[in-house]
Design a protein around this ligand. Structure first.
Ligand code: HEC
Length: 150
């Protein structure tokens, strides 16, 4: 009985590997990317790309388990939902009002430690922002909200 159940699980587990998961990847920052519209120090840019772009852009750096279903579906759901709320890759297509709103929302999410998502940090400790980094990033975001973006 137990043996049959284990075999069934293995077969289903292998079978679902054949169901395709769409990939969210493109090689370079598009014209419409957030960082094409603001002058950002390299450190800030790298920080945001490392901590936020996997879920909030058209460019996900997939981890090894990103191809393993059902984990891959879980991951894809985060990417779909994250991009719907905020997509750095098409930031310049937002209206001015929307841009301001999104920047304000980024500030509060970072300040409150809501983003990057906790579940993500378990697998990506390098994406965690320490207090100093958070402070720098928030200062930068406040500044561009004052200066405006292209
Ligand atoms: C693991 C994927 C993931 C990562 C990494 C991530 N986010 Fe998110 N983000 C989401 C998801 C999913 C949502 C929508 C659901 C929610 O709010 O929890 C979201 C929502 C948001 C929102 C909109 C919240 C609102 O309601 O206005 C902002 C702003 C945001 N994220 C900013 C960031 C920033 C800035 C970073 C990097 C410091 C980041 N996120 C990293 C997945 C992620």
């Amino acid at each position: 009985m137990l043996k049959k159940a284990i075999i069934a699980i293995l077969i289903v587990g292998a079978g679902i590997q054949l169901i395709p998961v769409p990939k969210n990847q493109s090689d370079e920052l598009p014209e419409t990317d957030f960082f094409q519209s603001v002058e950002a120090p390299l450190a800030i840019r790298n920080m945001v790309i490392a901590s936020c772009y996997d879920c909030h852009s058209n460019n996900t750096d997939y981890p090894w388990y990103g191809r393993v279903r059902p984990l891959a579906w879980f991951l894809q759901k985060h990417i779909d939902e994250g991009k719907e709320e905020l997509n750095f890759s098409s930031f310049r297509e937002y209206s001015d009002r929307m841009k301001r709103e999104k920047i304000r929302s980024m500030i509060s999410q970072i300040r409150d430690g809501e983003m990057p998502l906790q579940e993500y940090l378990w697998m990506h400790p390098e994406a965690e922002l320490n207090e100093k980094e958070k402070k720098k990033l928030i200062e930068f975001l406040n500044q561009i909200n004052k200066d405006g973006t292209d």
